[in-house]
Design a protein around this ligand. Structure first.
Ligand code: PRT
Ligand code: ZN
Length: 225
């Protein structure tokens, strides 16, 4: 099969979305020959290849038209989108569907013993985050100035390490905040995984395959409701 004719789908190689993505494809009848070590995996029954990458690379691969489809957390997608827009780039993609996994929220959290009287409490404070663009947008909407502290990991230890007064990080159960003596004070963004497609039109065959996949995904989601 010609490589160009295969539908290229970018998925997270290893992480919180990987298993759900693999399960979704399986439920949609797409048989994949997974090989843990390989960057590319091929479908046994459909003209599909899976590109297995860091989740952070998926929005760019779609915006740049390198792959046809991708599954990504809306938080990562929107953070990358805001970053590119701030850099003066124009971006385009199609959001095909929100999926029913990868749910989490991006929240502001502070020391559990600190008093909180609304987001104004954080005025001119330093906030540690891996999501500077989503945080900036929220704080601008609230009209509250703040100082940024960009950390790509260990965000939750920033207050106890004296690096920042507050954090803006992903939360699902709340156990990580709890374990670090923090309390959630504002939810600034709610996220789920979503299926996205590059903006540039696909050829007829590929688009027909995408449409079939979408119908199947819809069926899988309805069945689990
Ligand atoms: O290696 P790669 O770059 O691909 O992966 P990654 O480490 O950047 O991402 P990964 O696998 O941790 O998360 C992928 C996506 O899963 C995120 O972008 C979100 O869309 C989604 N997701 C859902 C989460 C969580 N829930 C989540 N709880 N991502 C991260 N967390 C982290 C959070 O950062 C914090 O450290 O889990 C901790 C909090 O969890 P609780 O349950 O203690 O509140
Ligand atoms: Zn990542």
């Amino acid at each position: 099969m010609q490589t160009q004719n295969r539908l290229k789908i970018a998925l997270q190689k290893k992480g919180r979305l990987s298993q759900d993505c693999a399960a979704l494809l399986k439920q949609c009848g797409v048989k994949i020959n997974w090989n843990e070590q390989r960057l590319i995996a091929y479908s046994e029954n459909l003209p599909i290849e899976i590109l297995r990458v860091r989740d952070d690379d998926i929005p760019g691969l779609i915006f740049d038209g390198v792959v046809d489809l991708g599954i990504i957390g809306e938080n990562v997608l929107e953070e990358e989108e805001l970053g590119r827009l701030a850099a003066g780039e124009t971006i385009a993609y199609k959001k095909l569907r929100q999926l029913d996994f990868g749910g989490c929220r991006l929240s502001l959290a502070i020391d559990r013993d600190q008093t909180y009287n609304g987001v104004q409490t954080l005025a001119n404070q330093r906030i540690a985050t891996s999501y500077p663009n989503l945080l900036r947008r929220y704080m601008q909407q609230q009209g509250v100035p703040f100082k940024n502290c960009l950390l790509n990991g260990s965000v939750e230890v920033a207050p106890s390490a004296g690096l920042a007064a507050a954090i803006c990080d992903l939360v699902s159960s709340g156990a990580t905040l709890e374990a670090n003596g923090l309390k959630e004070v504002e939810v600034i963004y709610r996220s789920k995984a979503c299926l996205i497609q590059r903006a540039e039109p696909l050829d007829t065959e590929k688009q027909a395959l995408v449409d079939r996949l979408l119908t199947r995904i819809q069926g899988v989601q309805q069945a689990s409701e």
